[in-house]
Design a protein around this ligand. Structure first.
Ligand code: AKG
Ligand code: FE2
Length: 352
């Protein structure tokens, strides 16, 4: 642990430091219980079934691709997207910037230590109860949009390319998101610009995750099971290391990254707006004994004042009746960040 007199640092454990002290000693609080591990059902045989969508076909209005999008959001809540228009150089630029940041000495990274009042910075973003297992990962959270939510002092100055790389990448991802919102609006029977409009002022949060090697990788989790508290997430991960797993029929299916593709998943807000037609699926990240891994998630969500509830147009097409209560997004978020959630725990509180 680093001691520079700052109580926040004194209290924090950073994976990188744990490994530096003794790579073969995993502190108790990271180890999963036998009971928890016994619940794991490996469904890797289904990995090839996770849908892959071509964004250029979606943008051109291909009926077949729109149908695939509808099925993907209904059945899996996850899909990979190819032909998304972001160049390999731009993807690589952000991956490299993230890797260089996480590789900095801890004294350098703690200059950007997580600030709970802004909910941004480097470190553990969620309060964790004494009896909970910790995640075998470090993360850096930064708000990108709207710009008044940014905390420039928490943006790494090293590597110097960091800001430019993230700006270029996030501009591309925002375009993809707007395109997907247009397609989702159409398949939900809404006007093309409806979903984007519902956000009022779209918020973008970036979370960079760093999963170091773990000599007892089968005993820890890089990131515990959760759902994303947003409308959709767009995730970039290393092309050649599998780590993300999604919940499917009670088991875990690994997402095998296609080169230069991005992963999209439905978040809680889209599940509520669609009255459960589209599913915010539990997912988690596992670690590896031989490869470290980095992922970068961009989470898109509405303005905190927006009231979230199943959309009337959707309800009119369903027979099941309203399944979720109305909630202001800011209140939904507040509840979700009070403590790291387990699985679908948070959204279930709003089910009728
Ligand atoms: O690293 C991953 O693959 C998953 C990351 C994730 O689920 C998150 O940041 O919410
Ligand atoms: Fe997630």
């Amino acid at each position: 642990m680093v001691s520079n007199g700052d109580p926040a640092i004194e209290k924090s454990e950073f994976i990188q430091e744990i490994i530096r002290r003794n790579p073969s000693c995993i502190p108790e609080r990271y180890l999963r219980s036998e009971e928890d591990k016994a619940k794991d059902v490996d469904m890797s045989a289904l990995a090839a079934d996770i849908p892959v969508l071509d964004l250029s076909l979606l943008s051109n209005g291909s009926k077949e691709e729109l149908q695939k999008l509808d099925n993907a959001c209904k059945d899996w809540g996850f899909f990979q997207v190819t032909n998304h228009g972001i160049t390999a150089e731009v993807l690589q630029g952000t991956k490299k910037a993230a890797a260089e940041f996480f590789n900095l000495p801890i004294q350098e990274k703690t200059k950007y230590l997580f600030r709970p009042e802004f909910r941004q910075g480097y470190g553990q973003p969620f309060p964790v109860a004494e009896d909970e297992r910790l995640d075998w990962s470090d993360s850096l959270l930064l708000f990108l949009d709207p710009s008044q939510n940014r905390c420039p002092e928490l943006w790494p100055a090293t590597p110097p390319e960091f800001k430019g790389a993230v700006e270029a990448y996030s501009a591309g991802v925002r375009k993809i998101t707007e395109e997907l919102f247009g397609c989702l609006s159409l398949i939900m029977g809404l006007e093309k610009d409806a979903l984007l409009g519902l956000h009022e002022e779209m918020r973008t949060l970036m979370r960079m995750n760093y999963y170091p090697l773990c000599c007892r990788h089968d005993q820890v989790l890089g990131l515990n099971s959760h759902t994303d508290v947003c409308t959709i997430t767009i995730l970039m991960q290393d092309d050649d290391v599998t780590g993300l797993q999604i919940r499917y029929n009670g088991g875990w299916v690994p997402v095998k990254p296609l080169p230069n593709s991005l992963i999209v998943n439905v978040g809680d807000i889209l599940e509520i707006w669609s009255n459960g037609k589209y599913k915010s699926i539990e997912h988690r990240a596992v670690t590896s004994e031989t490869r470290e891994r980095i992922s970068v998630g961009l989470f898109f969500s509405p303005h905190t004042a927006v009231e979230i509830e199943p959309l009337e147009d959707i309800l009119a097409t369903q027979k099941c009746g309203r399944k979720y209560k109305k909630v202001k997004y800011g209140d939904y978020l507040k509840g979700a960040i009070q403590r790291r959630q387990q699985g679908k725990e948070h959204i279930l509180k709003f089910k009728i």
